[in-house]
Design a protein around this ligand. Sequence first.
Ligand SMILES: Nc1ncnc2c1ncn2[C@@H]1O[C@H](COP(=O)(O)OP(=O)(O)OP(=O)(O)O)[C@@H](O)[C@H]1O
Length: 300
Amino acid sequence: MNHIQLENISKIYNANSSQAQSALALLAEGMDSIAVKEQTGYSVGLYDINLNIKAGELHCIMGLSGSGKSTLIRHINRLIDPTSGKIWVDTSLNAKSNNNAQSPMAEESSSQTDANTNSAINILQLNDKELQHYRQQTVSMVFQHFGLVPHMTVMQNVAYGLRVRKMSVSERHEVARHWLNEVGLPNLEHSYPDELSGGMQQRVGLARALATDNPILLMDEAFSALDPLIRAQLQDQLLELQARLNKTIVFITHDIDEAVKVGQRISILNGGRLVQTGTPNDLRQNPADDYVAQFMRAKN
Ligand SMILES: Nc1ncnc2c1ncn2[C@@H]1O[C@H](COP(=O)(O)OP(=O)(O)OP(=O)(O)O)[C@@H](O)[C@H]1O
């Protein structure tokens, strides 16, 4: 069952719609993003991405620097809007307690519904209130540089998303304590982020994302800033949590070893294009091109 579907998503940066069309026309002829940038001056973030992410899978997005990984993941929580295309998300997979919260999507249903599944919505159609609700109830993000609020304690950071949802103090502290325990950080609730190591800060970031109980977790190079030993521990912990929690996780990395270790499937981007999606084995045995083959050969 698909949880997230990207349909013909293209993103041309810093171009109005007719300027973007000229870049898209060159891309459609097969020109690569570097040549398009040289000829038109516009940066290609993504071109014609069609990607289905299944409910409950840990899906890695891989590619060299500038291949479009961050652009892609930021479309899923609409930090970036595409130049063209649609993004379907099945919000019926939100947690029950989330569904009980008043849903402007259900109330107003101004968003288009996917004719195929009936329960997926095109998130590009959400109005401001619906988008806010979507971000609070459906997607959480873990950032490379943790993104913790420095003047808030660990507890306040983890409970922040619940405070926004107007959960009572005692209840949100109980939930936050539970998740701090889950990520291996009991007894640190009164500390401030700058008193913690990078690995600990990222555990707090993970606890904060999990505390909301949102079904989709976006992880943008979440472990890349950590040293190898801590990184490996967090990868193991993520796999262990995923086995129990069954989240849909979109995990960006430029490290093929990390992608193969954590990803059930991997999508490889090159110059804003999706080159191949498959299991690590698929990519190893049937690489779509040299770029994919080189990644798989580079694996330890
Ligand atoms: N705000 C922006 N304005 C203009 N161009 C941008 C912007 N953000 C990204 N780009 C361009 O879009 C392309 C894809 O960038 P993106 O950051 O998504 O790649 P990435 O694979 O995440 O790279 P990295 O691994 O270095 O973070 C690059 O050519 C980049 O220069």
